[in-house]
Design a protein. Structure first.
Length: 463
């Protein structure tokens, strides 16, 4: 362990990766912390740690000094400041497993209760670093949000800060279940998917039965998202590789001619992570495939291909998402032009309804059974597929996004919450009119099938 003597970094490259380096002049003694009534991090005795990837040593030190001032503003006693020289942050523990153990010893030696990292960490990095150092770990973004929370005075200001905190902490919340329960379940499904669902060519089976099945590209984006999330949680490079391989295989097998729910979003998320981890060329190939996919559909006009579930939320909403995400990845006037009629089609399927819970959710007319158990004609309800419309509206590029489209998206999300009960029970749809065909309605359909993925989409849209 070596103290920084000053700005001279001669010889640093030779030994920088072999030790955490202290930054002098960061110890403080502050007494009080302002009380706030919501989401307070309660940082007290803290050790700061940063990863120096670019720039000069002086710049890295200055960044940590700035972090110290932020920590002091939040009411913390800064006990130590450390910098680790790396080409890029470690995807698992931010500073690497060996340095994480060194950090644990420093934390124990000072009696610290919190580690603050000079950067924004993934949920997996936060969790795995906490597992090693055995104290709370927060990053720069969480610290800044906490400062805003402490100083917000008006109801409006507090509400805005709380919303920002909720959006930030959503993927980082660890209070939704015990790790000893969730971790085995997630790892177990990952093993099951690798063995029983994913084929050697990267295609995904319709189910786990050994009988021959026809190709179903529709399943690919869900598993790509799953393994990308696994990488964010646990930092295993094999999960990121598999997420990318699934998307690559989908395009090799013909995804360019299909509207796959979640495909553009999965490509955007995976390529951003590939970029962060030095796989620029692979990320570019996937982005190019997405751009070609979007442009191909822009050229189709209204001649959309057949879909296994042929109604608007399974076709027009994914079309709008594909064009919007494609435009976000590689802006193109052709995509923007194609979005305008596609958006009109999407809005035409919904509209103001007489019931408050049905705002901009299309009326369903089914001749017989639908996705539920009850046999009703002309039933009107918020079905979980309508969430796809809200997701598409949230993705619109700035020239097409309006206050109204944002309000409509929020209303659709809110309406679909009726499908989920406080005890954890759920339904595929809630039949909203008071009466259908002379029979009492206004009740959940007895069938619960895929509605949980609507909740997943709603949560992902809030990130």
């Amino acid at each position: 362990m070596t103290e920084f003597a000053g700005p001279d970094d001669t010889g640093f490259e030779l030994d920088a990766r072999n030790a955490l380096r202290r930054v002098a002049g960061l110890s403080t003694e502050l007494a009080d912390i302002t009380e706030v009534e919501y989401r307070q991090l309660r940082l007290e005795r803290v050790v700061l740690v940063g990863v120096w990837t670019t720039g000069t040593l002086v710049e890295a030190e200055n960044s940590l000094h700035e972090l110290a001032r932020l920590a002091e503003t939040a009411g913390s006693d800064v006990l130590e400041g450390l910098i680790q020289r790396r080409e890029r942050p470690d995807p698992a523990t931010y500073i690497g497993s060996g340095k994480a153990k060194e950090l644990r010893d420093i934390v124990n030696g000072h009696g610290a209760d919190t580690v603050i990292c000079d950067g924004e960490l993934t949920p997996g990095q936060l969790r795995q670093l906490e597992d090693v150092v055995k104290v709370k770990v927060v990053d720069r973004t969480a610290l800044i949000l906490d400062i805003f929370a402490q100083h917000a005075k008006s109801k409006e200001g507090k509400a805005q800060v709380e919303l920002a905190q909720l959006q930030y902490f959503l993927p980082r919340l660890r209070g939704w279940g015990e790790a000893e329960v969730l971790d085995p379940a997630l790892h177990g499904f990952a093993r099951f998917a690798r063995v029983r669902l994913i084929q050697p060519d990267g295609s995904v089976r319709r189910g786990s039965a050994p009988a021959p099945e026809r190709l179903r590209l529709y399943n690919t984006p869900w598993l790509a998202h799953f393994f990308h999330d696994q990488f964010a949680l646990y930092g295993d490079p094999a999960d990121l590789d598999l997420a990318a391989r699934l998307l690559e295989a989908a395009y090799a097998l013909g995804a360019r001619d299909h509207l796959l729910i979640g495909q553009p979003e999965a490509v955007a998320a995976v390529t951003a992570t590939l970029d962060e981890h030095g796989q620029d060329a692979r990320a570019k190939r996937l982005r190019d495939a997405l751009t070609g996919h979007a442009l191909a559909f822009a050229g189709r006009g209204s001649a959309l291909p057949a879909h296994e579930v042929s109604y608007e939320q399974s076709m027009v909403a994914p079309l709008v998402s594909l064009l919007a995400v494609g435009h976000a990845v590689a802006p193109d006037d052709r995509l923007l032009a194609a979005l305008q009629p596609a958006l009109r089609w999407l809005r035409a399927f919904g509209g103001p309804q007489p019931h408050v819970r049905l705002r901009d959710i299309g009326i369903r007319h089914w001749d017989g059974y639908w996705f539920g158990i009850e046999r009703l004609w002309g039933d009107t309800f918020p079905h979980y597929w309508s969430v796809l419309t809200a997701v598409a509206l949230r993705q619109l590029p700035v020239p097409l996004r309006t206050e109204e489209t944002e309000q409509v998206a929020d209303a659709i999300f809110a309406a679909n919450l009726v499908d989920f009960g406080p005890n954890g029970e759920a339904t595929s749809a809630f039949v909203m009119p008071s009466c259908v065909d002379g029979r009492p309605a206004h009740r959940p359909d007895p069938l619960a099938n895929d509605q949980d993925w609507a909740l997943t989409l709603m949560l992902r849209a809030q990130r």
